[in-house]
Write a protein that binds this ligand. Structure first.
Ligand code: ADP
Length: 165
């Protein structure tokens, strides 16, 4: 059984993330979406909210499981018996950092492989940070995140979706 994990903060999950999840789920037998519970990062959504939003939008993909984890990714991977890390690459700017983590992880556990999925061009500009910034100013985020989540994101800023969206 090829078990992979797609780790991230997913605060909140975007259409770019969903695209990576759908594609990665076709490559591995079972894909965990691992939501990092990082208390050092000031997150908009709680860990439980992030996990349940991803569960909701991936319910149609049979081999996806969503979980949260603390601490080192490689340690969590031992726990769930996963060998493959999936990461998305948007632009050159992602590359240097991603290469460093991938090499560090494989040094810590040589059985771990990292695979990179290049972003769908449609979403290459997209990040959770951009979504939050747009939403905080009442901008239209309907092209950036799954439809079911739009209202929940505006609600965090005490806003409703812009008229006609
Ligand atoms: P992190 O806090 O680890 O950066 P994110 O939730 O921002 O977590 O991202 C998780 C993963 O998803 C990373 O591999 C990131 O490169 C990838 N990713 C983020 N946005 C996109 C996108 N628009 N298209 C493809 N991959 C993306």
């Amino acid at each position: 059984m090829k078990r992979g994990i797609y780790p991230g903060s997913f605060d909140p999950v975007t259409k770019g993330h969903v695209d990576v999840i759908e594609r990665a789920a076709r490559i591995v037998d079972e894909l965990y979406v691992g939501v990092l519970n990082n208390s050092a990062k000031n997150s908009l959504f709680s860990i439980n909210e992030r996990v349940s939003m991803i569960e909701e939008i991936t319910a149609h993909i049979g081999n996806v499981r969503v979980s949260s984890f603390n601490g080192l990714l490689v340690d969590y991977m031992e726990e769930i018996d996963a060998r493959i890390i999936v990461r998305g690459l948007r632009a050159i700017s992602d590359f240097e950092y991603e290469l460093q983590i991938a090499q560090t992880n494989s040094r810590v556990n040589p059985n771990v492989e990292t695979i990179f999925l290049t972003t769908n061009l449609k979403y290459s500009y997209l990040s959770s940070t951009i979504v939050k910034e747009f939403a905080s100013y009442g901008g239209d985020i309907s092209h950036f995140v799954p439809e079911q989540l739009v209202d929940r994101i505006y609600a965090k800023y005490g806003r409703t979706a812009p008229q006609g969206k």
